[in-house]
Design a protein around this ligand. Sequence first.
Ligand code: FAD
Length: 501
Amino acid sequence: MRRRTFVQSALATAVAASVPVGQLLAASGRSTTKIAGDITAITGSGEAKVIEKAVVEELAASLRGRLLLPSSEGYDAARKVWNGMIDKRPALIVQCEGPADVTHAVNLARDYELLTAVRGGGHNVAGKGVCEGGIMIDLSPMQGVRVDPKARIAWAEAGTLLHALDHESQLYGLATPAGVVSHTGAAGLTLGGGFGRLSRVYGLTCDNVRSYDVITAAGEFKRARVSENPDLFWGLRGGGGNFGVVTGFEYQLHPVGTEFLAGAIMHPIANAREVFTFFAEVESTAPNELQISSNAIVLPNGKGFVSMGLFYNGDMAEGEKIMQPLREFGKPMNDDIGPMKYVDIQQRIDRNVPHGQRYYQKAGFFDGIQPGLIDAIMDIVDNPRPFSTTLIFSQVGGAIKDVPNDATAYANRAAQQQMVLGASWPKQHDQEDEYIDRVRKAWQTIAPFSNGVYTNNMMGDEGTKKVIANYGENYQRLVALKNKYDPTNLFRLNANVAPSV
Ligand SMILES: Cc1cc2nc3c(=O)[nH]c(=O)nc-3n(C[C@H](O)[C@H](O)[C@H](O)COP(=O)(O)OP(=O)(O)OC[C@H]3O[C@@H](n4cnc5c(N)ncnc54)[C@H](O)[C@@H]3O)c2cc1C
C-alpha cells in the first residue's frame, strides 16, 4: 500500500491506539464519510486504479472539510455545476475548507495519478470543474472575502462568487473589473483572464491581481506575484488552471463609486440588422468609459428582441451626453437607462442564465463587426431554431489592449468584441444532438470573421489545435512553465497546455 504524504498525527495516534478512524472523527465533531472498502478511480490517462480503504480513510481524517463518495449524503448536490447538461460522477469529492485540505487532495491525486477536476464557482460551460470517475477538488466552501479599503485591496478565497467580491468591495465604493453575471466563480474567471463592464478602463481581471496563493502539483505552497515566482505569476494571468490550485487571490480595487449610468435599450427583433449595423459604427469610436454589449434573443416562434446594454464608468452628465445618440437611434421598445447601483447592474442578467438549464455555445473574439458578419448574424436571426438562441457581443478593447500580448499569458488583447452564440433548453430530450449540431452549423457562418476564442468560453469540443493557437506566441513559454510546475499534467481539465517532458 502506498503511504500517504498527508498522514496526520491524529491518524497515527488512532492507528497506534487501535481506535477506528470513524470513531475518532465522530468524537472530534467532524462529519464522517462511511468508507465501505477500497475505491476504484480513473487516472488521467483513463485507467482504473484502486485506492485502498485505509488511504481513503487517511484522506478523510486529514480534512477540515468533507470527503464525499457516491454513497454520501450531499454527493449529488456537490457534483452539480452550472450547465445542466453536465452529469459527471467523480469517484471522490473533496470539499475543501482551506489550503491544507487542498494540499491533501492534490497529494492523493498526484500519488494515484487521478483524473483531477478543480471546481471554483462551477460556471464553466464545458463543466470542467467536475469529472467522471476521478477526484473533484471542490473549493466552493472557501468563500471568504476580506477588503482593506485604505490600501484598496481585496483578498478572496477560491470558491468566491463575483457577487461576494462586489458586495464586500462596494461597501467602500470600490471594485475590481470582473464578469457580468454575479453567480460566476471569481477563480475560473480570473485565471482565464476575466473581463466585464469595468475592463475597458481597468483592464482584465487578471491584470488586477496582485498575488495568487497556489498549491502546485507537487503539493507545495507558492505565492506568485511580481517579486516572487514571477514566471508563475505571468502564467496564472490567463493560463487558466494549468499550474496548480489557486487557493487565494489578492485583487487591486479601484475607487469607482456605487452608482453608474447604465441600462438597456431594446428594439424589435425585426430591426436586428439596423441595430447591429449601428452598433458596429458606434462601438468602434466609443470612449473607454462606455461599455456596450449588443445582444439578440431569438425564440423558437421567431419572436425575440435585440438590445444594446450600456454602462458608463464616469461622470453621469457626460455619460448622458455620450449615450444620447444611442438612445435616439430607431424606435426602441424600451429604454431603462438611468443611474443604478453597481451591485444591481452586476446582477441584472443573472436570472436569464439560471443554474441547471441545459446550455451549448460557441464563442469567438472579433476585431470589428464587418458587413459579412452582420449577414451571418441575420441568417441566425431570420431562421429560428426549436430552442432559444442568444447572440451576445460584449465590447472589450480599451485598457485591455494597452497591455502587450506577451506581458501576461492571456494572448487575445487586440480583440474588440467577444461574442457568444448560445443555445439553451430547460430539460433533457431526444433531439439534443440535433440541437447541438444546429448550433455548430450556425457557428460555421460566423467563425470565419472571428479571431481566437476566450478559453473560458470553450465548449471542450474545439480540438487541441485551437487551444494552442489561442495562446498564440505565449504557448511555448506556457509549456516551459507546465514542465516546471505540473510535469505529469495533473491539472488537465482546462484549456490544457500539455507538458513536453
Ligand atoms: C453565464 C456566464 C456568464 C459569464 N460571463 C463572463 C464574463 O462576463 N466575463 C468573463 O471573463 N467570463 C465570463 N464567463 C466565463 C467564465 O469566466 C468561466 O465560466 C469561468 O470558468 C468561471 O469560473 P468558475 O470558477 O465559476 O468555473 P469552474 O467551472 O469552477 O472552473 C472552471 C475551470 O477553472 C479552473 N479553476 C477554477 N478554480 C480554480 C482554482 N481555484 N485553481 C485552479 N484552477 C481553477 C479549473 O481549470 C476549472 O476546470 C461567463 C460564463 C457564464 C456561464
